[in-house]
Design a protein around this ligand. Sequence first.
Ligand code: NAP
Length: 311
Amino acid sequence: MHAGRGGFEEYLAVRNLSSHSTLSTTTPTTTTMSPPSSFKQYEVQGAGIESLTVVDAPLPALKANEVLVKIKAVSLQYRDLMVVSGGYRTPVLPNIVPCSDGAGQVVSLGAEVKRWKVGDRVVSNFFLDHLDAEGMTPEIAQTALGGAAHGVLAEYRAFPAHSLLEIPAHLSYEEASTLPCAALTAYTALSSGPHGHPLKAGDTVLIQGTGGVSIFALQFAVASGASTIVLSSSDEKLALAAKLGARHVVNYNTTPEWGKEARAMTPGGRGVDRVVDVVGNEMIEHPSSAHESMPCRRTGTSVKLRVHSLS
Ligand SMILES: NC(=O)c1ccc[n+]([C@@H]2O[C@H](COP(=O)([O-])OP(=O)(O)OC[C@H]3O[C@@H](n4cnc5c(N)ncnc54)[C@H](OP(=O)(O)O)[C@@H]3O)[C@@H](O)[C@H]2O)c1
């Protein structure tokens, strides 16, 4: 998916959700689009892809602050595979409904919901209750969709009204469903940084790999007018990265000293302004690789995803 012409601010231009409704017990719904009394959803009933099972689930009785969404599109992360295979690093619910990233249409509203109307196009938030960057708590961590909380691989799901974002008109359901996890991680990596400065036109960003986070980082960087250097183990993937706007590409297998190569690609050999590091521990465990991304000035956010500034 390519970023829109207005850059990544417009790309993620979604409704500002600052207030936080209170959860309450079941009350009658006020508005509906006639959802069925039951629907189908996937559950992980064991471990391994063969344990994915389609089951019939009753339509939930909406709480006063909840919104029922007909799911139209779900995107997959590597995390979803870990959850299904039983290898996820934190506990998941028994018979978990997998997947964190979904988009759909509002079909009914709890009695107190004012923010949404039937027919609205919405996308879910990765953590249902994580509403600002500074506010993570152990309780909020328990609201991670498709992990600690049931996810979105279902025909319908009820969400607290505060957990949804409006889909901008220029994005399809499929496009919007790719935004909550990998895209937001990449966005956060690039919109904050050394001294709090966001990425700007003219900066050079080194992006490791061609996975979900990296490809979003590439698109956001290109939309911002930054120059990009993409690393991959695969020449085929590097060719695709170049099509998406990567200015320089380097195969880290055939060029083990990719750090020197990357520096030489920057204006005057001054070094890159940022590294979007999705490799983390592996780099630390392999000092020759780590050496290539040094000198590091700043460590940023996210598990195994760090943003460095090189100078
Ligand atoms: N997906 C998310 O929403 C999300 C959110 C928060 C944090 N994270 C974390 O961010 C990291 C990346 O997630 P992802 O979903 O993008 O994973 P992914 O789709 O599996 O991609 C991982 C990429 O890492 C690259 N890579 C592996 N070893 C490398 C090395 N030595 N040097 C350079 N690149 C290397 C590979 O690139 P090539 O195949 O091109 O060689 C691969 O494409 C993970 O640690 C994940 O836990 C992800």
